[in-house]
Design a protein around this ligand. Structure first.
Ligand SMILES: C[S@@+](CC[C@H](N)C(=O)[O-])C[C@H]1O[C@@H](n2cnc3c(N)ncnc32)[C@H](O)[C@@H]1O
Length: 649
C-alpha cells in the first residue's frame, strides 16, 4: 500500500485531438467505457516508501531511482523537485520481449596462470546466456491508457520553462502524439524530430523499410526558450557571407538544428575542431553496453543542448542504459534517471561512476524489486507460494490452487505485476471479482485467496465483501509483499582477509546456477532433437511428412546452432570455486549498515577486464580486491546482477 496518494489535478489543455474511441469527460480522456484510468488519476499518484540505498560521491541533486515512472513522479512531487527537461524513450509497444545477455567471466585462476593481460580472449570462453529483462507486449488501448497516466504525472513535475521529448516509432507514435496534444496542448507542439538509422528495419515483402524513430517535442508553455546553437561549418569553396578563420579556412555559422548534411565541424571551447554528426548512431566500441534499445549519446547530446542550459535538471523516467543521465552529466546538467528494472540501475550506476559523476541511488519499495524486474518476479511468483499448483478446471483469472485438508481446493489470485492497473485491490476491482470470477467457480469451493500488492482501504473493502458477496465462498485477502519480503536470496562468498586486500576463494550462487542449468538443459534438448532428425533423415525416413514436421519444429534451433558453427553443444561449466560468476565487488569502509558507500570497488567487464574504482584497465581479475581502510561490509554482484551484502567481522 502506498504511504499516501499525491494529488495532481491533471491540468490538460483544450485540444482538438479526436479519436473515435476517446470521449473527453471533465477534461480527462476516457477510452470507451473505461473508468479505471479516470479513477486512478482522480485518486492521485501512489507515493511509496523510498529508501536511499547508495551515495556515489556527494551530489544530492543527481538522482537514480529504481521504480515505476508514476511512483518516481509521486516522490519528486512530494519532495517539491521540479525538472527542466524530460526525455523519455518508453517501451515502444513493439511486441518484443527483451532479454539481457549474461556473460560468464574469465576464470581468475586461469588468468593468473596465463598472466598475459593483453592476450585476446578466447571466444569460446566468453560464454553467454540470456535472461528476460523487460516486456514490451501491449494492446494499444492499455498502452495508451498507461502512457496517458505517465504523461499527466510527468507534466505535474515539470517546471514552467520545461519541455519534453517523447521518443517512439511507427508502432504507436502517432497515437501518442494525439495524447500529447491533449496533455500539453497542440499550441505547445514544437516539432516531430526524425531519428534516422541505417541498420535494422529491413524491408519486408509488400512493404518498404522502416528506418526512423519519431521524437515528439513539446514545451510546457510559453515560458520555454530554445537554446540556439551555432556550429561552424567549413566549406571547400567560399560563398557569399562565408567567413575565414585564423588559418584562412572558409566557414559559415549554421544553427545546429538547421544542418542538413549531417556532419558539422564543432569548435570546442579550447579551439579544437571536431567532426560532429547530427545523424547520430551508437558508437559500438565506446558506448555499447549490451542494453537492448540503447540510444546513442550523440542523439541525446543534440536534444539536451537544444532544450536546456548548464545546471538545469534533465530527467528520464524510462532511463534504460542511462544515456540521458550520462550525456546530461557530460554537458554539466543535473540528472534524474528512473527505471523499473534493477539491471538498468546497475548499468547506469557503473556508467556514471566511470564518467566520474556523483549521485544518490534510491529504491521505491513497491514490491516488484525482488527478482530485479517485474517479468522475472512474475516468472518466480508461482514457485514462492508453497503448495500452489495449476488447476485446469478453474478459469484463467485464478493462477492456480492450494489443497487444504479442511477446506479442500482453494483457488488463488495473484495480481499481474506487469500491469500496474491490477496491482491495487480496490472496490471496483473487488466488484469485478465478485461478479465475474467468483460465480464461475466449481460448487465445492469454500474459500479463495486474493493476493494484493496495494490495497485501498482494507476495512472498507472487507465490509464491501460482507455486503456484496452473494456466494458462500469465503474470501481471504493476503499481502503479496510479505511473501516477497520473506524470500531471502543470498549468494555465498568465501574469502581470506589480510591488511591490504581481500582474497576471494569461493563463490556460490544457487539462483545463477539454476539459470545456467536451465539454459544447458534447453540447449542439450535442442541438440538431441537435431541429432534425432539427422538420424531419421539418414535412414531415409519412410514417412516424409513426419520428417518435415520435425524439420520445421527444429528450424529455429537448427539455424541458431548453424550460426554457432559447432557440431556439439558443450554445456556451460562453472569451476569449483565459481569466481567467474562475479561481476563486481564493492567495499564499504564508512557505514556499518544502511546507505551503501563504495569506498573501493572492482568491476569485471564482459571481456573480463577489471575496472578499479571506476577506472578501466586492461588487466584480468586475479580474484583479489585491495583497500586502504578497513572495510565493514562487502557487496558482491553476480553476473546476472543479483547483489549480496556480507558483514566483515
Ligand atoms: C526503450 S528502453 C529505454 C532505453 C534508453 N533510452 C537507453 O538508451 O538505454 C525502456 C526502459 O523503460 C523501462 N520501463 C518499462 N516500464 C517502466 C515504468 N513503468 N517505469 C519506469 N521504467 C520503465 C524498461 O526497464 C526499459 O529500461
Amino acid at each position: 500500500m502506498p504511504i499516501k496518494y499525491i494529488s495532481h489535478v491533471p491540468n490538460t489543455v483544450q485540444g482538438q485531438a479526436v479519436l473515435d474511441n476517446v470521449v473527453r469527460t471533465r477534461r480527462i480522456l476516457k477510452y470507451r467505457d473505461n473508468e479505471r484510468v479516470f479513477d486512478r488519476i482522480k485518486r492521485g499518484l501512489p507515493l511509496y516508501e523510498v529508501d536511499k540505498i547508495e551515495s556515489v560521491g556527494n551530489n544530492p541533486k543527481n538522482l537514480v531511482i529504481r521504480g515505476e515512472c508514476l511512483s518516481a513522479c509521486a516522490y519528486l512531487k512530494d519532495k517539491g523537485i521540479k525538472v527542466d527537461l524530460v526525455y523519455i524513450d518508453p517501451p515502444f509497444a513493439s511486441g518484443a520481449d527483451y532479454a539481457k545477455k549474461v556473460y560468464i567471466r574469465r576464470n581468475p585462476k586461469l588468468a593468473e596462470k596465463i598472466a598475459k593481460a593483453e592476450e585476446q580472449l578466447d571466444l569460446a570462453e566468453l560464454r553467454a546466456f540470456e535472461e528476460k529483462m523487460y516486456g514490451d507486449i501491449w494492446n494499444k488501448e492499455d498502452y495508451l491508457n498507461w502512457m496517458y497516466e505517465n504523461l499527466v504525472a510527468i507534466k505535474s513535475i515539470m517546471n514552467d520553462t520545461a519541455s519534453i521529448y517523447v521518443h517512439l516509432d511507427w508502432h504507436i507514435g502517432h497515437y501518442v502524439k494525439i495524447l500529447m496534444d491533449e496533455v500539453f496542448g497542440e499550441d505547445n507542439f514544437l516539432n516531430e524530430i526524425v531519428w534516422f538509422y541505417r541498420s535494422g528495419g529491413a524491408s519486408k515483402e509488400g512493404s518498404i523499410a522502416r528506418k526512423h524513430d519519431a521524437i515528439y517535442f513539446f514545451k510546457k508553455n510559453e515560458n520555454f526558450k530554445i537554446n540556439t546553437i551555432y556550429e561552424r561549418q567549413y566549406l571547400e569553396n567560399p560563398f557569399m557571407g562565408s567567413k575565414q578563420d585564423e588559418n584562412g579556412k572558409f566557414y559559415v555559422d549554421t544553427i545546429l538544428t538547421d544542418t542538413i548534411n549531417g556532419i558539422v565541424n564543432r569548435v570546442l571551447p579550447d579551439g579544437k575542431i571536431i567532426e560532429y554528426n547530427t545523424r547520430p548512431v551508437l558508437n559500438l566500441s565506446t558506448e555499447r553496453l549490451d542494453y537492448n534499445t540503447q540510444k546513442p549519446e550523440g542523439l541525446l547530446n543534440i536534444l539536451i543542448e537544444i532544450a536546456s542550459k548548464k545546471g538545469m535538471i534533465v530527467a528520464d523516467f524510462f532511463g534504460g542504459s542511462g544515456v540521458t543521465a550520462k550525456v546530461a552529466h557530460d554537458l554539466k546538467r543535473n540528472f534524474i534517471h528512473v527505471d523499473v528494472g534493477l539491471n538498468s540501475i546497475q548499468t547506469v550506476r557503473d556508467r556514471l561512476k566511470l564518467a566520474q559523476a556523483e549521485f544518490d541511488i534510491f529504491d521505491v519499495k513497491d514490491g516488484v524489486a525482488l527478482f530485479r524486474n517485474p517479468i522475472q518476479t512474475m516468472d518466480k511468483l508461482k514457485t514462492l507460494i508453497p503448495g500452489l499448483h495449476n488447476q485446469e478446471d478453474l478459469n484463467s483469472f485464478w493462477i492456480g490452487a492450494l489443497n487444504n485438508s479442511k477446506l479442500g481446493l482453494v483457488p488463488v489470485y495473484i495480481p499481474n505485476l506487469l500491469d500496474h492497473s491490477t496491482k491495487v485491490l480496490d472496490m471496483p476491482f473487488m466488484n469485478r471479482i465478485l461478479n465475474e470470477a467468483m460465480p464461475d467457480l466449481p460448487e465445492n469451493i469454500k474459500q479463495v485467496i486474493i493476493y494484493y500488492i496495494d490495497i485501498d482501504d482494507e476495512n472498507q473493502l472487507k465490509n464491501f465483501i460482507k455486503e456484496y458477496n452473494n456466494t458462500n465462498i469465503n474470501i481471504e485477502l493476503r499481502d503479496l509483499k510479505i511473501v516477497l519480503d520473506e524470500v531471502v536470496l543470498n549468494d555465498y562468498l568465501e574469502y581470506e582477509l589480510n591488511h591490504t586486500e581481500i582474497i576471494c576463494t569461493k563463490f556460490i550462487s544457487d539462483r545463477l546456477m539454476q539459470k545456467i542449468d536451465e539454459y544447458n538443459q534447453k540447449k542439450v534438448l535442442s541438440f538431441n532433437k537435431k541429432l534425432l532428425f539427422e538420424n531419421n533423415s539418414d535412414r531415409k525416413h519412410e514417412n516424409s511428412i513426419d520428417a518435415q514436421n520435425l524439420e520445421s519444429e527444429l528450424n529455429d534451433d537448427a539455424v541458431s546452432e548453424k550460426k554457432l558453427n559447432k557440431k556439439n553443444y558443450t554445456p556451460i561449466e562453472i569451476s569449483e570455486h565459481g569466481l567467474e560468476l562475479i561481476e563486481m565487488i564493492s567495499l564499504d569502509c564508512t557505514n556499518t549498515d544502511g546507505i551503501w558507500q563504495s569506498d573501493f570497488e572492482i568491476k569485471i567487464d564482459k571481456n573480463s577486464f577489471v575496472c578499479v574504482n571506476g577506472k578501466k584497465t586492461k588487466e584480468f581479475w586475479n580474484g583479489k580486491i585491495s583497500y586502504k581502510k578497513k572495510p565493514f561490509r562487502l557487496k558482491v554482484r553476480n553476473i546476472a546482477g543479483d547483489e549480496t551484502i556480507i558483514n566483515i567481522i
